[in-house]
Ligand binder design. Structure first.
Ligand SMILES: [Zn+2]
Length: 315
């Protein structure tokens, strides 16, 4: 057994046995780590509350044979407090955690850029200075870029021509008139400009964008992300449902039939999937929702009152 220290963001938690939890974190140096937090579901647990989704923590772990054991936790930034207090931030934040989890496939494979993106995204979301949907789309675009899937936005993804006319997910971004595949979306030039601004972190341009261009941008980014992730982002459906400002789907933006299942952004997405796995699966720990979402906002007010001291406290 060896001891190591790292900082990380809690991505999700799962119940284990009677009183323990498995905590999945994306850490700065070690990459994705799954650690057991013993006794955290007992009311007397000192550090259970610090290991909630969205929390940025400093922690000490013992290397175990299969799972590491978390022995010490201190809160660096309790981003969850501000994120769960607002439903748009909460759904966007949940989609960010799930995306970071999905894009870091292997455990203990360093993923520093993805970690920094996640911490920056959660901080921006918690501060509330920009619309949650814009923060989420910026996070998606930059995460895709880190993963090597940055969409082409200024030149044709296929031939490099500068005169672009459409956006084709299958082609990898914007395309010119000659390379444009059937069914490619034809977004407004302002929508592509917004995507470029979000990818670069140009918030002045992004904040000044019009709602219809934000809606179109969200639709394209979500469809592009889902295309690159094999099973899609489950929590994105909640985001889509909670943003009624989205305009009716433009038929020219629908995904080509060859691109697989329809993206959730069109508003025609079915009911949200159950948060718990269907049927009993005793061999695997039960997955818990990131926070008691159905009871919002009452639960969140309770959480805020009983929230841990924001100052750093050591176990
Ligand atoms: Zn072309």
């Amino acid at each position: 057994m060896s001891l190591y220290r790292d900082e990380g963001v809690v991505l999700r938690t799962q119940k284990l046995g009677e009183a323990d939890r498995i905590i999945t974190l994306l850490t700065r140096r070690t990459g994705k780590v799954r650690g057991v937090a013993k006794g955290v579901r007992r009311t007397t647990s000192r550090f259970g509350a610090r290991l909630e989704p969205f929390s940025h923590v400093d922690l000490q772990l013992h290397t175990g044979r299969s799972l590491d054991v978390i022995t010490q936790v201190e809160t660096l930034h309790p981003y969850g407090e501000a994120i769960v207090a607002d439903y748009a931030r909460y759904t966007a934040g949940t989609a960010m955690l799930e995306t970071a989890d999905r894009l870091t496939v292997g455990e203990k494979e360093p993923a520093l850029r993805q970690f920094l993106l996640l911490v920056g995204g959660l901080r921006t979301l918690a501060e509330g200075g920009h619309e949650a949907r814009l923060v989420l789309d910026a996070f998606f675009l930059r995460s895709l870029a880190v993963a090597g899937y940055a969409p082409a936005l200024s030149e044709c993804a296929r031939c490099g021509a500068e005169a672009v006319r459409a956006f084709a997910i299958v082609a990898g971004g914007v395309v010119c008139g000659s390379c444009r595949p059937p069914g490619a979306a034809v977004p407004a030039a302002e929508t592509i400009a917004l995507m470029i601004a979000l990818l670069r972190g140009d918030w002045a341009t992004a904040d000044a964008s019009e709602p219809r261009h934000r809606a179109e941008c969200s639709g394209l980014v979500a469809a592009y992300l889902q295309w690159h992730l094999e099973h899609g982002i489950r929590s994105l459906r909640h985001v889509e449902r909670e943003w009624p400002a989205r305009e009716p789907a433009d038929p020219s933006l629908t995904r080509p039939a060859s691109a697989g299942p329809s993206p959730a952004w069109s508003g025609s997405a079915g009911p949200a999937p159950a948060r718990e796995p269907a049927g009993p699966s005793p061999a695997r720990p039960e997955r818990e929702p990131a926070s008691p979402a159905p009871a919002w906002p009452e639960q969140c007010e309770e959480r805020a009152e009983s929230a841990p001291d924001p100052h750093i406290s050591r176990t």
